[in-house]
Design a protein around this ligand. Structure first.
Ligand code: PEP
Ligand code: MN
Length: 634
């Protein structure tokens, strides 16, 4: 039953109710929601609802009609976000777990972990106990395998999951893994569910191959009743009369389950199909169906794999799939979680690191979208320097206050950010060494406990307000939209006002940095809103970046004479050298009215292609300069 408590109930009164209900043979879960606090009471005791309703501080008591109680949406309306170390599963995220079916050796799991991490997986999988159909098949490396899995997860900064098949291994496995996996064959192994649930750790619960959705949720209920609320469901295909695929992927289970439970649900296209060429299309189908993530088998040598080779993707296929998932996610109003491609601190080993050498400058306040880009590139050992203007970012690099800068150059809705292009053209001492894309997810941010119906004023940068116009029109028709000079700044501003009727629109880091609450996530009208940033530094500091990456993109500038065919003939030099033009803009030359220079971005197979054109470009254009060469990431 769900016991809805009156607002402002005292702790002692709440404890009294809990004591009474527990004494009748029930377990209690307290769920603190935005508007009300409820107690979920489950158990086999006998209790007349009226006895609970008699307590003064009880608003009402609602019986849970479903056989699954703790897992049901009736008990908890809001989506559960399962946290596996730093990875959050659920909500508006798409989370990808990848790795081999079975851990075969230390080298194998290390190599696969490195490849899936590079492609964007945020968790690593690998079986150590393999429940195989045949007793003669490879049964797994057991504890030795778990040691390698843990080592790989630590090295490549991914939490790890592995299947448990025997209740006696619960304690041993807890030292190696971050999330237990309960396999399809064990979904109704109730002793195993109870033992794993008791541990209180996150659990990935596969759907049994002959299980109905309700039976699957009852298995989740076992885990939850035993002591964990961190359960992720996984649709992995069910047994039907069809033999063309290993199982039949039940995509329609995803929206059904989401109505029935608050727990996140992900999909396993590898076991559902059994064949590698079907994994990519079914992954996209799962994301389209609303799955919160995928678990995918990847192997560095699938032909020699000791288990499930035919369904394991080659790392290159996985990488391509991740790019497709990233593009598809915004269509379903979600975004792919990626572990930042951190600049390896080892890059800096050779240098004497002083504070200014580990400082990154960006424009905006703490929590600005630029800071998101910074954190996708640089790890936490780097500090940040917030600047008022883009020009201040360039200056702080020139005067040695910061080693690197991160500045936006283009937005998919707004186009080129000319200020930064012009600053690059103006400052030949500064060069581009990298690019990074960030999806702009706007959130309505306010005070804890505030609700949409209370909001009377919303502050944000004019662009933030206009990009959320539909949300404002439909959900906050009476609220006044007020422009502010900066999105993150609007959050620190409203924080000072201490008024629950005021909210701001900004990115998640702004809410986190200011200790404010997200009242509604992802409120932008167009989810295909991305900003591309450049990483910039002094020419003299560029070598450390360029020497460690494969350069295949560059930003260039030149101008041409004012006569027919001049631009055409300079671009012909690109064609001859396999240089592909991605973008061209013309910018006015300061001090020379009505004359222009071009800002061009190009890609090429090898840096040698770019080096080769230098002489010819110098001869046929004016002021040819490479503004920076880097690795294409967008
Ligand atoms: C696995 O993930 O390797 C596995 C055995 O999956 P399932 O339990 O879904 O068959
Ligand atoms: Mn497998």
């Amino acid at each position: 039953m769900i016991i809805v408590l009156k607002q402002n109930i005292s702790e002692s009164s709440k404890n009294e109710i809990k004591k009474f209900v527990t004494s009748k043979g029930y377990q209690i879960r307290e769920i603190v929601g935005e508007d009300e606090t409820v107690l979920g009471a489950v158990g086999s005791g006998s209790l007349d609802i009226r006895e609970v309703e008699l307590f003064e501080d009880v608003q009402k008591v609602i019986p849970i009609s479903k056989p699954y109680k703790l897992a049901s949406r009736q008990l908890k309306m809001a989506d559960t976000i399962v946290k596996v170390k730093n990875v959050k599963i659920g909500g508006k995220r798409i989370v990808v777990i990848a790795g081999p079916c079975a851990i075969e050796s230390r080298e194998q799991i290390m190599s696969i972990a490195s490849e899936v991490r590079e492609a964007g997986a945020v968790m690593l999988r690998g079986g150590a106990f393999k429940p195989r159909t045949s007793p003669y098949s490879f049964q797994g490396l057991k504890e030795e395998g778990l040691k390698y899995l843990k080592e790989a997860g630590e090295k490549y900064e991914m939490p790890v999951t592995s299947e448990i098949v025997n209740p006696k291994d619960v304690e041993m496995m807890s030292h190696y893994i971050d999330m237990y996996q309960i396999g399809a064959r064990n979904m109704q192994n109730f002793e195993l569910l109870k033992a794993v649930g008791k541990q209180g750790m996150p659990v990935l619960l596969k759907r049994g191959m002959c299980a109905t959705i309700e039976e699957w949720l009852m298995a989740a209920e076992y885990l939850m009743a035993s002591g964990t609320d961190q359960v992720v469901l996984c649709e992995r295909g069910i047994r039907t009369f069809e033999t063309a695929t290993r199982n039949t992927l039940d995509c329609s289970a995803i929206p059904v389950v989401q109505k029935m439970t608050h727990l996140p649900v992900i999909g396993d296209p590898s076991h559902a199909t059994g064949m590698r060429d079907m994994v990519a299309p079914m992954s996209l189908a799962l994301v389209s169906s609303g799955a919160s993530g995928l678990i995918i088998e990847v192997h560095n040598n699938p032909k020699q794999a000791l288990s499930d080779g035919p369904q394991s993707l080659y790392p290159s296929q996985f990488e391509k799939l991740m790019r497709d998932v990233e593009v598809l996610s915004p269509v379903v109003n979600k975004s792919l979680e990626k572990t930042p491609r951190i600049l390896q601190p080892s890059l800096f080993k050779k240098e004497k690191v002083e504070n200014s050498l580990k400082t990154i400058a960006y424009q905006g306040e703490r929590g600005a979208y630029s800071e998101l880009a910074v954190r996708r590139i640089f790890d936490e050992s780097f500090g940040v320097l917030t600047c008022k203007t883009f020009s201040d970012v360039f200056d702080s690099i020139l005067n040695g206050k910061a080693k690197y800068g991160v500045v936006p150059v283009e937005n998919t809705l707004g186009g080129t950010i000319y200020d930064n292009v012009d600053l690059l053209l103006k400052n030949p001492e500064i060069t581009v060494v990298g690019e990074q894309q960030v999806r702009i997810v706007h959130n309505l941010i306010g005070f804890e406990g505030s609700t949409l119906d209370r909001i009377k004023k919303v502050y944000s940068h004019p662009q933030g307000l206009s990009q959320c116009s539909e949300f404002l029109k439909n959900k906050l028709p009476l609220a006044e939209a007020l422009p502010f000079f900066d999105t993150a700044g609007s959050v620190s501003y409203i924080k000072k006002l201490k008024d629950k009727s005021i909210a701001a629109i900004a990115g998640l880091p702004a809410a986190e940095y200011n200790g404010m609450s997200v009242l509604e996530e992802g409120i932008e009208s167009n989810p295909l809103n991305y900003t591309r940033f450049y990483v910039i530094c002094l020419n003299s500091d560029a070598e450390v970046w360029r020497s460690t990456s494969s350069l295949n993109k560059a930003a260039l500038t030149f101008s041409v004479e004012d006569r027919p065919g001049c631009l055409y003939s300079s671009l012909e030099i690109f064609t001859k050298n396999e240089i592909n033009m991605k973008k061209i803009e013309s910018r006015p030359v300061p001090g020379k009215p009505w004359s222009y220079r071009f800002f061009i971005e190009v890609t090429f197979p090898k840096i040698e292609n770019l080096k080769k054109i230098e002489k010819e470009m110098n001869e046929s254009t004016h002021g040819y300069r490479v503004l920076g060469s880097f690795t294409q990431t967008v």
